[in-house]
Design a protein around this ligand. Structure first.
Ligand code: NYM
Ligand code: MG
Length: 212
């Protein structure tokens, strides 16, 4: 139908919860079903800001904690024109992480309030659905490649999970908690059904602004 906007669907969770796998599966399934859907990610490492973030995550450079928080946020804002354009064209966007990761990872550091962490992302396009892939940290750390990048330590990930849990108390946002310890196929089926529902309701209302 002409004029229908796409939905903004966000995948969140700790490292190794399966967000990237599920994001690709979801976009493929939606496209196979005849919808227009594309995958975006935060951080988007290909931009100038993204390269600074990538080097920081790979521990090749150091950045002050507040400064890096603002760079992660800037890396979302630089994608906003594209996000708005795609959604208005009717393309559903599946985001591999978003502002909630920004808040949860910085909020897991000493002396950062969640309130401070949220401020730079206030006003971003508001997700129509946030799928939280819930995985206990012992299970996450048992999955492949854990431990190479900055933040991939069990104690830190536990604090990240606690921050996510606080963010999920916000009932003005459409959070859905998914048991990410289930099989790839079962998780996929669950998030595909939730996404199709969200696409239907997103088409009935304008895109909102986050935390406003
Ligand atoms: N990360 C991600 C942040 O610290 N702040 C943010 O705003 C975002 C979007 O970057 N450990 C962290 C979480 C991850 C890391 O993510 C890179 P990925 O999904 O592994 O590429
Ligand atoms: Mg990672």
């Amino acid at each position: 139908m002409a004029g229908r906007r796409g939905a903004l669907i966000v995948l969140e969770g700790v490292d190794r919860a399966g967000k990237s796998t599920q994001g690709r599966r979801l976009v493929d399934a939606l496209c196979d079903a005849g919808f227009r859907a594309e995958l975006l990610r935060c951080p988007e490492r290909s931009t100038e800001i993204g390269k600074l973030l990538s080097s920081y995550l790979e521990k090749k450079s150091e950045l002050e904690d507040h400064a890096v928080h603002l760079l992660f946020s800037a890396n979302r804002w630089e994608q906003v024109p594209l996000i708005k354009e795609k959604l208005s064209q009717g393309v559903t966007l599946v985001m591999d992480r978003y502002a909630f990761s920004g808040v949860a990872y910085t909020g897991a550091k000493k002396n950062f309030s969640l309130d401070w962490c949220k401020q730079p992302d206030v006003g971003l396009p508001r997700p129509d659905l946030i799928l939280f892939l819930q995985l206990r940290s012992v299970e996450a750390s048992a999955r492949g490649e854990f431990g190479h990048e900055r933040y991939e330590k069990k104690a830190f990930q536990e604090r990240v999970l606690q921050c996510f849990q606080q963010l999920m108390r916000d009932e003005t946002l459409n959070w859905k908690v998914i048991d990410a310890s289930k099989s790839i196929e079962d998780v996929h089926e669950e998030i595909r059904a939730l996404s199709e529902e969200a696409m239907e309701s997103a088409a009935q209302r304008p895109l909102g602004e986050l935390w406003k």
